[in-house]
Design a protein around this ligand. Sequence first.
Ligand code: PLP
Ligand code: COI
Length: 340
Amino acid sequence: MEKQNIDWGNLGFGYIQTDKRYVSNFKDGKWDDGVLTEDAMITMSECACVLQYAQTCFEGLKAYTTEDGRTVCFRPDLNADRMYDTALRLEMPPFPKDRFIEAVKQVVKANESYVPPFGSGASLYLRPYMFGSNPVIGVKPAEEYQFRIFATPVGPYFKGGAKPLTICVSDYDRAAPHGTGHIKAGLNYAMSLHPIVEAHKNGFAENMYLDAATRTKVEETGGANFLFVTKDGKVVTPKSSSILPSITRRSLMIVAKEYLGLEVEEREVFFDEVKDFAECGLCGTAAVISPVGKIVNHGEEICLPAGMDEMGPVTKKLYETLTGIQQGKIEDKFGWVVEI
Ligand code: PLP
Ligand code: COI
């Protein structure tokens, strides 16, 4: 397969239109068979539920080229599960999980020339999403929906790749207790646009959100979960019912325990403890694991001992092991890597 003429090593995290995308429509109580199409445009009613009441959700996963030249993706079953749960919370008809995985494979195959070569540091980002498409003016769920998946080649989510980031504690809340923080609804990202624009204006890469009820506990950022490493090498991640259950974070916790033999803890993390950690990282599909060097809380700086020059040693080990599994360089003990 001839690859596209793209400067893979210099890709950022942006949209590049690829050849084919998958579309399935839900009408009269059922999903149709679904097709691949070259048409990247969507036409719908001015009163579509997604446009009026933001009835939309999405997922994100990546396809890679392994060292021995296979095209694979990582734990797509967990994206299928999460989108199913998200859909139920938003009163949308869940897209069948087996068909989700099948559609992912179809889209990757149809855009194989855009899957970055091994060693380029880039990947093919897949964006499954779903929205209510028929006219709705009284507040209620739509009756018709569209499920789509497009693919776009991407590089690192944060400029500078593995350079430690400086983030700030947000004055805004991301998710309420008993709200929608645990699902991947578009509305969670719409509300984060103002805080992220402000954070960027002030020179920060991301926002650290605290729990809305007490503002004493660490939740997550706008697009990634936190991992911390204690000074004695334990990997700690915040437990909360209002953060997104990150597939990367869940995988890294298993990597830490089962591959690296580290102690792991998923528990409430108080902001007051953050100053005592040795390392901090942001983990997600887009971010993989991006080190945090500094956290600023209204002028007060917390400088992680790992510093601002490179990843801390444990973060680095986690990063190398996870990406090693994804690229077929390290044994895939748990069957996470799915061949396309
Ligand atoms: N938290 C938020 C708010 C996200 O948007 C994402 C991205 O998907 C994550 C965490 C990381 O989740 P995952 O590792 O499943 O990509
Ligand atoms: C991802 O990591 O896939 C995300 O969805 C994060 C961000 C791009 C919203």
